[in-house]
Design a protein around this ligand. Structure first.
Ligand SMILES: *Cc1c(COP(=O)(O)O)cnc(C)c1O
Length: 436
């Protein structure tokens, strides 16, 4: 079997996929397909794992869930109860978080091109922290706090010259990034001087985010070193001491057996030890450490159920098995060849008899969800469960071909709860005006 099950997911004796005590096939019947299912216990476990590691070391911290990975009122509410704050990247995410009852002080606002209107909304809403990305934004925020007579806490986003993807990191690779102030050219220092000169801005510290789906700690270690050395340098040059060191997110998850991420706490432990070691060596007050896990909180908790429709067998080439969703609810395979696995939810123990490609229903040849997966013969009406779909699936969902977005349910202790209802045809024409 090529799949890995997480959290409360298991296969019953008669070969049925069960999540949090709910049979996948029952959920498909009750809510229809395509359907996103989130294992609440798994998300809590991930959130607690990060927090407990900091607590074990007695390290002041904030865990800010990067809500672009999956954003809806229920996820903000769930993770708020776990003591997390939130990284939001648009006025829409701010609006959703506030509608969910999140304290604005628990929000940090990210993005490389926040609009003046979004910045005004954030300041008016008393969003706790704005992560300043560039000079244009610094000017806008300076102007807004003056006009509104407000004090705003900010972080400066810098590109420390560490670019980590999957297994390795490259030094300096990140200079070619649209995000943040470049350190090497002196941009970051210039931004600091400018921000410090504005007495309505509180420069709480600095931020970096070195990549996503990272599997080892070396990139984070390198970034921590670069960031701490920048802070030590700034203390020397500008008499500036930071309260916050935000090291971003990017902790890897297991989509397929080939992925080998570390336990989340390993990344955090390493960061804490590095920060402490470097603080001691340079006699720098240990800053509060912030992290921004997105994918690692929600990816493995998510499963998508689809109903199998048509099959197309091309002799000696490929067998296509089509499902009732696709790139509209999960664009990652089409967008960046993301790999997934899955299983037939009702026949998990049946021996694989064929190698097939799971395709969607969208009018694009690239609408392939999984290439070359070994499955028992999939018949029309079977439920196919695609695993690890909790991150950047629903949040990237779209209306291509005017397909409604799927429903999302949370499951826990044998109970299911609809947290995002399925869109209707009527929803699809909500924005339409008739031609005059
Ligand atoms: C996307 C992003 C994250 C979250 O990344 P994950 O890989 O989902 O953990 C955190 N911080 C920033 C600034 C980001 O852009």
């Amino acid at each position: 079997m090529s799949h890995v099950l997480f959290g409360t997911s298991q296969i019953t004796e008669d070969g049925q996929l069960e999540i949090a005590g709910c049979l996948a096939s029952d959920l498909a019947k009750e809510y229809g397909t395509p359907l996103f299912i989130y294992d609440v216990a798994k998300m809590k476990e991930m959130a607690r794992g990060f927090k407990q590691t900091f607590d074990t070391f007695g390290t002041p911290h904030k865990v800010m869930y990067a809500s672009k990975a999956f954003s809806c009122k229920a996820i903000y509410q769930l993770l708020k109860n776990e003591g997390l704050g939130f990284d939001v990247v648009s006025s829409g995410e701010i609006f959703t978080a506030l509608a969910a009852g999140i304290e604005p002080s628990m929000l940090e606002f990210h993005g490389n091109n926040k609009t003046p209107a979004e910045l005004e909304y954030a300041i008016d809403s008393a969003v706790g922290t704005i992560v300043i990305d560039n000079f244009n934004e610094l000017d806008i925020v300076s102007r807004l706090v003056k006009v509104k007579n407000k004090i705003q806490t900010i972080l400066l986003r810098v590109t420390p010259g560490v670019d980590a993807h999957t297994h390795d990191y490259i030094l300096t690779g990140q200079e070619d990034s649209k995000f943040g102030f470049d350190v090497k050219s002196g941009q970051a220092a210039e931004a600091l001087v400018k921000a410090l000169a504005d007495n309505q801005l509180i420069v709480a510290g600095i931020h970096c985010h070195i990549g996503s789906q990272i599997f080892d700690t070396s990139g984070f270690t390198a970034a921590t070193e670069q960031m701490m050395s920048l802070l030590v340098d700034w203390r020397h040059q500008y008499d500036y001491v930071a309260d916050v060191l935000n090291l971003g997110g990017g902790f890897g998850v297991r989509y397929t057996k080939e992925d080998t991420p570390l336990e989340p706490r390993m990344y955090v432990e390493k960061m804490i030890k590095e920060v402490k070691r470097l603080s001691k060596a340079t006699d720098y007050p240990i800053p509060e450490i912030w992290i921004e896990p997105g994918r690692s909180i929600v990816a493995e908790a998510g499963t998508t159920l689809y109903t199998v429709g048509s099959r197309k067998e091309v002799a000696n080439v490929r067998t296509f098995v089509a499902v009732d969703g696709g790139m509209g609810d999960n664009i990652r395979p089409a967008l960046y060849q993301a790999k997934y696995t899955g299983l037939l939810a009702d026949r998990a123990y049946d021996n694989p008899t064929e190698t097939v490609t799971i395709v969607g229903k969208y009018c694009e040849s690239g609408d392939r969800l999984i290439e070359d997966i070994e499955l028992p013969h999939a018949n029309t009406g079977d439920i196919f469960a695609m695993l690890t779909t909790g991150a950047y699936g629903y949040s990237m969902a779209n209306h291509y071909n005017r397909n409604p977005k799927p429903a999302v349910v949370f499951v826990e202790d044998g109970q299911s709860q609809l947290v995002l209802r399925r869109e209707t045809w009527a929803d699809l024409i909500l924005l339409d005006n008739d031609l005059k």
